[in-house]
Design a protein around this ligand. Structure first.
Ligand code: ADP
Length: 541
């Protein structure tokens, strides 16, 4: 209690009644007596706690604004003060929780003072709602933790884990997930998941989702934020149901994007949301933008490495695949030059055929390299027309038959008649040739090559399978990279450039189709091409 001499009223004409000043003060002012009953309650208190002064006078403050779990401590402290005990809480800034008239709990900052009145001691509390201030510092802490995590992480994977942890731990979310689309943009993969201690996950913990599925799928597809205020009521999503069964009630997701395209989604799940929708979405969007920029930066670093690697591989290709036929041509021509007279006509023809085969091989490589260059510069134009896929498949099979017969291979074709697609027939033939010639090349003598196709109202699935040398699992993710050759081919010294599949995939994708490796087969290799029947977007010329 302040001695009167330490405070001063400088001009008695200015302020007549201190209670009037308190009544209009912007802070909440509440006074209670030794029993804890309210004796003063200003307009600021009404604004902060939601109760009107006339409703609260004479009522126990604990019942009005103190969360039930803190009431015993409050009453004990008040009893100590009223009994003249040491006032350790007086005059200090206290950070407490209060309950609003509408039932929600919120943080307050409060200073307590005491006066001695004729009727006994009075305790005066000056309080303000610090929800916004706390939110600002909490958000700043999350942003700083995310920025630190991104700087310190040594890989994209580690960075994703640090982001999920920074958001989950600082914001108190039960589950935080970062989902990214795979390179083919056909699946979303959960790159990082942070769960609060003790949080069960059960069927909720899936690691892959198809595009458009679940909250991450929806966010990625819409490239916009999505709120699910009541997971249990979200009947469309199996993941929402799984979330509800492990005690998660609300969820928010924002897209992670870079350079205008959606890369994935940052999603948080919890039992309630404290912050207003737009504020929280803005925070998460800011974090997602940091993640997007980081991933883009990493990607360009990876591309630079890839470029350097490609250059090396190109050199290797030049040395092996181009030098060999050139050496054969040089040797055959000098042989003919030196010993022409000693060769019979048949032997001369044999040498000429050797030269022609090597020249042919070189022109295939040159053509592939040119195609690849056109594809990569975006200059490969499709000449779209109504195309009979069945006929193209049969022609391509006819073209490989002589080689297949030389190797005593069986080529089976089971394709419906007259499959029509709107496509570039020359390029589709190139796809058929590449897949079939690979199947023949990578299948030992006596093996079987099977071509099948099935048609649905929307697309065509076309499979080229063989029971040949197969592709080891470790090589599969890299197969569609320029110059990449699987260890199974390199070890057996089967010639090739590693260009065919890249070209094939680009052609298929330009037709808005997909090409994948069937992972379910146990022997050999099967490539599955899916082409939409409807026309691809205008791309003539
Ligand atoms: P290339 O056959 O000229 O090396 P591709 O781009 O057509 O180049 O194929 C890339 C690699 O994929 C091949 O080197 C080979 O390792 C593997 N591959 C492609 N098709 C098959 C197949 N049917 N069976 C086994 N491996 C294959």
């Amino acid at each position: 209690m302040q001695p009167a001499a330490e405070s001063a009223r400088c001009d008695n004409r200015m302020i007549t009644d201190a209670q009037q000043v308190l009544a209009v003060a912007p802070l909440a002012y509440v006074a209670i007596d030794a029993a804890g009953d309210v004796v003063a309650w200003n307009r600021g208190a009404r604004d902060v706690f939601g109760h009107r002064g006339d409703e609260v006078c004479g009522r126990d403050l604990a019942d009005l604004i103190i969360p039930p779990r803190f009431r015993p401590a409050h009453r004990a402290a008040l009893a100590r003060l009223a009994a003249g005990g040491p006032g350790t809480v007086l005059g200090k800034r206290l950070n407490l929780f209060a309950v609003h008239a509408d039932g929600h709990e919120f943080p307050i900052e409060m200073v307590l003072a005491a006066t001695s009145e004729p009727g006994g001691p009075l305790f005066h509390a000056f309080a303000q709602d610090v929800t916004i201030a706390q939110r600002v510092s909490r958000f700043a802490a999350v942003e700083a933790a995310v920025a630190r995590g991104l700087i310190e992480a040594g890989s994209s994977h580690a960075a994703a884990a640090r982001v999920a942890e920074a958001v989950g731990a600082n914001m108190g979310w039960k589950v935080t997930e970062l989902w990214l689309a795979d390179d083919d943009r056909r699946l979303l993969c959960c790159t990082a998941r942070h769960a609060a201690t003790g949080q069960r996950l059960g069927a909720f913990a899936v690691d892959e989702l198809e595009l458009g599925v679940g909250l991450p799928g929806r966010v990625h597809q819409r490239a916009g934020a999505v709120w699910i205020p009541d997971l249990a009521a979200d009947k469309v999503s199996f993941r929402s149901r799984a979330a509800a069964t492990i005690g998660l009630h609300v969820a928010v997701g924002v897209p992670v994007s870079a350079a205008g395209h959606a890369l994935g989604a940052l999603c948080v799940y919890g039992d309630h949301i404290e912050d207003p929708e737009d504020t929280l979405t803005a925070l998460l969007a800011g974090i997602a933008a940091q993640v997007g920029q980081y991933l883009e930066r990493r990607r360009s670093e990876e591309l630079a490495v890839e470029l350097a690697r490609t250059r090396n591989e190109f050199l290797a290709l030049v040395t092996h695949e181009i030098r060999n036929p050139l050496a054969v041509i040089t040797a055959a021509t000098s042989l003919l030059d030196e010993d022409l007279e000693t060769f019979t006509v048949t032997e001369q023809r044999e040498q000429l055929r050797t030269i022609a085969r090597s020249a042919q091989r070189l022109s295939v490589i040159a053509e592939d390299l040119l195609d690849l260059a056109r594809l990569e510069s975006g200059n490969l134009a499709l000449q779209l027309a109504d195309t009979n896929l069945t006929a193209i498949i049969h022609e391509a099979v006819q073209a490989v038959r002589p080689t297949a017969e030389d190797k005593r291979q069986t080529v089976r074709v089971d394709v419906p008649e007259n499959i029509e697609v709107y496509a570039d027939p020359y390029r589709i033939r190139q796809v058929a040739d590449n897949l079939l010639s690979n199947a023949v090349k990578y299948t030992p003598g006596g093996g079987t090559i099977t071509v099948t196709a099935a048609v649905t109202p929307t697309d065509i699935t076309w499979t080229v399978a063989d029971d040949g040398i197969g592709i080891p699992a470790a090589d599969r993710p890299h197969l569609f990279r320029r110059f990449y050759r699987a260890s199974s081919a390199v070890e057996r010294r089967i010639p090739g450039t590693g260009l065919g599949l890249v070209i094939t995939r680009t052609i298929v994708e330009r037709h808005r189709g997909t090409i994948t490796l069937d992972d379910t087969i146990t022997r050999g290799t099967a490539f599955v091409v899916r082409l939409p029947i409807a026309a691809p977007p205008a791309e003539n010329g």
